[in-house]
Design a protein around this ligand. Structure first.
Ligand SMILES: C[S@@+](CC[C@H](N)C(=O)[O-])C[C@H]1O[C@@H](n2cnc3c(N)ncnc32)[C@H](O)[C@@H]1O
Length: 240
C-alpha cells in the first residue's frame, strides 16, 4: 500500500525484491558483505565515505545524514561511529524498503533512526514517515551503498536525492561497475548488471550541478571467482 502511494515504478518487481532481501539477506547481510568484499575492503569503503563527509562543503556540528537503501546498516553504523568521534552531534537516518533489513539494523543498537521508504521518492517517503517519526525534510549529506543496481528506476534516484538535500548539501553513491554476470539477477536479486560510468555521469548530471566519478581500484565484489568493480559518484548541488 505504501509503495503504491509512493508511486513505485514496478510494484511486482519491488515485492519480489523485498521478499528476496527479507528471506535471503536480512539476517545475514553483514556476513554476505564480508564474503563478497573482505573486511579490509569494507573498511576502506567506509573510510572513503567518512572522508567524503568530512571534506568540503563542511558539515555543520548538528548535521543530518541519510543512508539510502541502508539494509542492515553495516555502513551506516560504521560511518556514524567514525563521524561522531569528531562531530558527536551528527544525526544519522537509515531508509530502506525492506522492513526485515531495518530490523537487523535496529538490533545492532547503533544510534541511527530507521524508516521505510523508496529511493525513487524520498520526499514522499519522508512525508509518510513523519506521521510517526521525527525525520527531517532535508539532509546535509546523503550516501548510498550497493543499492542503485537494485533500483527499478535508477535515474529517478538521483533527482530524488537532490530533492532532499539542503542547499550546499552533498551526496555519494557507491555501486557496481558494469559486469556480465547475468546470473547475479537470480542469485542476488540484482536488477541491473552494474553501470557504465558514462551512464552514471548522464543520470547524475541531469540532477546535480557537479559530479565526480571514480572507480575504486583494488576493491571488487567477488563471488565464486566472478568479480565486479565498484565506483564512487560524488554529487554536489552547487559547483565546487
Ligand atoms: C544489496 S543491499 C545493500 C544494503 C546496504 N546499503 C549495504 O551496503 O549492505 C540493497 C538494499 O537496498 C534496498 N533497496 C533496493 N531497492 C530499493 C529502493 N528502490 N528503495 C529503497 N530501498 C531499496 C534493499 O531493500 C536492500 O536492503
Amino acid at each position: 500500500m505504501l509503495f503504491g502511494k509512493l508511486g513505485a515504478p514496478d510494484p511486482e518487481l519491488l515485492a519480489r525484491e523485498v521478499e528476496h532481501f527479507s528471506s535471503k539477506e536480512a539476517a545475514r547481510r553483514d556476513e554476505i558483505l564480508i564474503n563478497y568484499f573482505g573486511e579490509e575492503s569494507l573498511n576502506r569503503i567506509a573510510d572513503r565515505i567518512v572522508e567524503f563527509l568530512f571534506a568540503s562543503p563542511t558539515l555543520p556540528a548538528d548535521a543530518k545524514a541519510l543512508d539510502v537503501g541502508a539494509g542492515s546498516g553495516f555502513f551506516t553504523i560504521k560511518v556514524a561511529e567514525k563521524v561522531r568521534t569528531r562531530l558527536p552531534k551528527v544525526s544519522f537516518y537509515a531508509m530502506d524498503m525492506t522492513p526485515a533489513m531495518l530490523l537487523s539494523l535496529v538490533k545492532k543498537g547503533g544510534d541511527v533512526q530507521p524508516f521505510i521508504g523508496l529511493a525513487e521518492n524520498l520526499e514522499g517517503s519522508i512525508k509518510e514517515a513523519r506521521m510517526y517519526l521525527d525525520i527531517p525534510y532535508k539532509f546535509d549529506a546523503v550516501f548510498s551503498t550497493l543499492m542503485l543496481h537494485h533500483s527499478v528506476r535508477p535515474e529517478k534516484v538521483f533527482e530524488s536525492i537532490r530533492q532532499v538535500l539542503r542547499e550546499d548539501g552533498k551526496a555519494l553513491i557507491v555501486d557496481l561497475c558494469e559486469h556480465g554476470f547475468e546470473e547475479f539477477k537470480k542469485e542476488m536479486g540484482d536488477v541491473h548488471l552494474g553501470f557504465r560510468l558514462e551512464e552514471i555521469a548522464k543520470m547524475a548530471g541531469n540532477a546535480f550541478a557537479e559530479v565526480h566519478i571514480e572507480k575504486m581500484h583494488g576493491i571488487c565484489c567477488e563471488c565464486s571467482g566472478r568479480a565486479a568493480e565498484i565506483f564512487f559518484a560524488y554529487l554536489y548541488d552547487v559547483l565546487c
